[in-house]
Ligand binder design. Structure first.
Ligand code: AMP
Length: 141
């Protein structure tokens, strides 16, 4: 498998070199809003340490990320009064992965809704408003 590239966009977000709407972090993980949300509240959870995806992640990285995924899954359910949550995760280009730092997508879902098409950038103030809703829900879990 190709080596981890420390210049990938999520590594730059981790280092604070490019902006992101952060909603949660702990010692091992960071969560921030997806800039092309396929549902309101679409966010991403990443480990703070390098790995490309599930295929090269350590058990510790996977455990830390999944604990944060569970916490934020509950938070978005509450923040958006959602009926369910979809998780997405892609491995290598052939598996649909575009950014090569392990990440899980968390998508709040409502009965009967459809995901928006990929690749549509959201307005910054809309993303910030959704991030604020999620931060508030995390604080009151
Ligand atoms: P994938 O690797 O297929 O899971 O796709 C990468 C995801 O990262 C897509 O949903 C993009 O919208 C998202 N994305 C790309 N650049 C950024 C960024 N700077 N901030 C937040 N999300 C991003």
């Amino acid at each position: 498998m190709t080596a981890y590239d420390p210049e990938n966009i999520f590594a730059k977000i981790l280092r604070g070199e490019i902006p992101s709407a952060r909603v949660y972090e702990d010692e091992h993980t960071l969560a921030f809003m997806d800039i092309m949300p396929r549902a309101d509240g679409h966010l991403l959870v990443i480990p703070k340490t390098p790995c490309r995806n599930v295929l090269d992640a350590s058990p510790e990285q996977l455990a830390a990320v999944m604990q944060t995924v569970q916490k934020l899954g509950k938070a978005v359910l509450k923040a958006f009064s959602a009926d369910g949550v979809t998780l997405q995760q892609f491995n290598e280009a052939a598996g649909g992965q575009e950014v090569f730092h392990l990440h899980f997508h968390i998508l709040p879902r409502h009965e009967g809704d459809k995901l928006r098409p990929p690749g549509i950038m959201a307005e910054r103030d809309v993303i910030e408003a959704h991030a604020a809703q999620i931060r508030e829900a995390v604080a009151t879990l």
